[in-house]
Write a protein that binds this ligand. Structure first.
Ligand code: URP
Ligand code: ZN
Ligand code: ZN
Length: 470
C-alpha cells in the first residue's frame, strides 16, 4: 500500500525505518529477503482510542499495557493512543506520571490524549505546554456529570486554546443532564436490567450533544473529533457540518458497526459485557455508520477498548452501576475488513485509511506512522485476503475473561506484523516461531506533531491541488 495506492513494489527496511519503496529492488549481500507476493502490506494500524490503565470507582480495566498491546499487535495495531484520565483534583503532571509508569511494559508504540475533567485558567494555561511535549489531543465530556462533564462554555474555552496551539479536541457527546434524569427515573422505578442502559441513553441525547459541539466548533474553528459515534442521525449532523466547512471529524467503533441493543437483552451476566457509553443501538444505526465510513463522514475506526472483568461487571444487580466499556483491541482489523471488503463497501486503500493513515494524521503521528514511504517507521502489517480469522482466538482477546467477539469468523487474515523494523507478531500459518515476538517494554512513547493546515485540509477533503490551473 503506497501513498499512491496498491502497487506491486519492493520495500527496503534498514534498522527501524523504511528506506526505499519501488519496483525491482536488488537485494544486497547480507539482506534478509522476505517474499510477500500475493499478500498485501499495509501501514501498521493505529488505535486512537484505548483504555489500558483506567480505574472507574473501585474497578480497574482487565488489561494493562503489557497484555493489551500484545493483543493489539496480534490484530495488526502497532501504535495505540491511550486516554490519560486524571482522578478528581489530580494534576496533569501526576496523571501523566502514573500513565508513563503504567506504560513501561508496553509491546507496541504509544501516545497519549489527556482528558480535561475541569476547566480553570491554570488548566487552560497548561495545555500549550502539553502540546509542546507531544501530547496534542484533549478529551472533553458532555456526559458523566458525576466525574467528567463540562459545560458548553468551558468546552468553548478549551477549544479556543487548543485550536490555535495546533491541538485537537476529542468530544464525548452525550447530553449528560438528560441522561442523568432518565437514569434516576429508571432507578426510582426499580428498572435494573442491562437494556435500561440503552433506554436511558437514547439517540436524541447523542444528537443534541453533537448539535452543541458543532456550534462550538463553528465558533472556535478548533479541529474536533466526535469520538465513539453510535447513531445514524449523529453521523448525518456531522456530514452536514463538514459540508459547511466546519472542521469536525467522526470516529466510530466496531461495536457500533456490528452489535445491536439485542445484546443487552441477553441474560444479565452476559448482557453486562455490552454496557458501554454511548450504548450499542439498532441495526439501522449500524448500517448508517457503515455508510458514513464509506462516504468519508467518519474517518476513524477505533476500539475504545475498555475491558472490565466478569466479576467487576457482575458486582451489581443494576445497569446503573455496571462499569462501562467494551473490549476489542485485537479484533478491529477483522471487524472492519469483514464489513468493508467482502461486501464491496470499500477497498484495501480505504481500509488502510480508516485503520491507520487518517488516525495518524489527526493524531499528529503522520508521516512517521500511517504510511509506507521512505523515512517512515517500518510498521507493517501483512494481510492475506483469502485467509480467515476466528475472532475468538486467544491472542486477540487480551486479559479480559470475556470476549464479546467469540464466535465471529472474519474473512481476511493477518500473517505477520512488523514494528520499527522488527517482526513482532508471526502467525501460525506463516512460519515456525509463531506468536508474539516482542519483548515487554520495547514500545516507545511517540511525540505527536501539531496538526498542520495541509493535513487538516486533506482530512477535510479540501485539498484542491488536483484542480487544473494553467
Ligand atoms: O463506555 C465507554 N465508552 N467507556 C470508556 C470511557 C469513554 O467514555 O470513552
Ligand atoms: Zn467517551
Ligand atoms: Zn473511551
Amino acid at each position: 500500500m503506497t501513498p499512491g495506492g496498491v502497487a506491486p513494489v519492493d520495500l527496503v527496511v534498514e534498522d527501524e525505518i523504511i528506506v526505499w519503496v519501488g519496483p525491482d529492488c536488488d537485494a544486497s549481500v547480507g539482506d534478509m529477503v522476505v517474499d510477500l507476493r500475493g499478500l498485501y502490506v499495509l501501514p501498521g494500524f493505529i488505535d486512537m482510542h484505548t483504555h489500558l490503565h483506567l480505574r472507574v470507582g473501585p474497578f480497574s480495566v482487565a488489561d494493562d499495557f503489557r497484555t493489551g498491546t500484545a493483543a493489539a499487535l496480534a490484530g495488526g495495531t502497532t501504535t495505540v493512543v491511550e486516554y490519560v484520565t486524571p482522578d478528581p483534583g489530580e494534576t496533569f503532571t501526576s496523571a501523566l506520571d502514573r500513565w508513563r509508569k503504567a506504560s513501561e511494559g508496553t509491546h507496541a508504540d504509544f501516545a497519549f490524549h489527556v482528558c480535561i475533567p475541569r476547566v480553570t485558567d491554570e488548566v487552560l494555561a497548561e495545555l500549550p505546554g502539553l502540546i509542546r511535549q507531544g501530547i496534542t489531543g484533549f478529551k472533553v465530556f458532555l456526559a458523566y456529570p458525576d466525574r467528567l462533564m463540562l459545560s458548553a462554555g468551558d468546552i468553548e474555552r478549551v477549544m479556543s486554546v487548543v485550536g490555535p496551539a495546533g491541538g485537537v479536541v476529542f468530544v464525548h457527546a452525550e447530553d449528560g443532564v438528560e441522561v442523568e434524569r432518565l437514569r434516576a427515573e429508571a432507578v426510582s422505578q426499580g428498572r435494573k436490567a442491562p437494556i435500561e442502559h440503552a433506554r436511558t441513553r437514547p439517540a436524541h441525547t447523542e444528537v443534541e450533544a453533537v448539535r452543541t459541539v458543532i456550534g462550538l466548533v463553528e465558533k472556535t474553528r478548533c479541529p474536533t473529533v466526535v469520538v465513539h459515534i453510535s447513531c445514524g442521525r449523529t453521523k448525518e449532523l456531522v456530514a452536514e457540518a463538514q459540508l459547511a466547512g466546519i472542521p469536525i471529524f467522526g470516529e466510530t467503533c466496531p461495536h457500533y458497526l456490528w452489535l445491536t441493543e439485542r445484546h443487552l437483552l441477553r441474560p444479565f451476566p452476559e448482557a453486562v459485557h455490552y454496557v458501554c457509553s454511548p450504548p450499542i443501538r439498532t441495526a439501522t444505526d449500524a448500517l448508517q455508520l457503515w455508510d458514513g465510513l464509506c462516504d468519508g463522514t467518519l474517518q476513524f475506526v477505533a476500539t475504545d477498548h475498555c475491558p472490565f472483568s466478569s466479576d467487576a461487571r457482575n458486582s451489581t444487580d443494576s445497569f446503573a452501576r455496571v462499569p462501562n466499556g467494551i473490549s476489542g483491541i485485537g479484533t478491529r482489523f477483522g471487524l472492519t475488513y469483514s464489513g468493508g471488503l467482502p461486501t464491496g463497501r470499500f477497498g484495501m486503500e480505504h481500509l488502510a485509511n480508516v485503520l491507520s493513515t487518517y488516525p495518524a494524521m489527526i493524531c499528529g503521528l503522520y508521516p512517521r506512522k500511517g504510511v509506507i514511504t521512505p523515512g517512515a517507521d517500518a510498521d507493517l502489517v501483512v494481510v492475506n485476503p483469502f485467509g480467515h480469522t476466528d475472532l475468538g482466538e486467544e491472542p486477540l482477546a487480551g486479559a479480559c475473561d470475556f470476549n464479546p467477539w467469540e464466535g465471529f469468523k472474519a474473512p481476511g487474515r493477518l500473517m505477520s506484523v512488523m514494528g520499527r523494523g522488527d517482526w513482532l507478531w508471526w502467525n501460525h500459518d506463516f512460519g515456525e516461531a509463531a506468536g508474539l515476538r516482542a519483548d515487554p517494554g520495547r514500545g516507545r512513547f511517540i511525540e505527536r506533531r501539531r496538526l498542520s493546515p495541509a493535513i487538516l485540509r486533506h482530512l477535510q477533503r479540501k485539498d484542491l491541488s488536483w484542480i487544473f490551473c494553467p
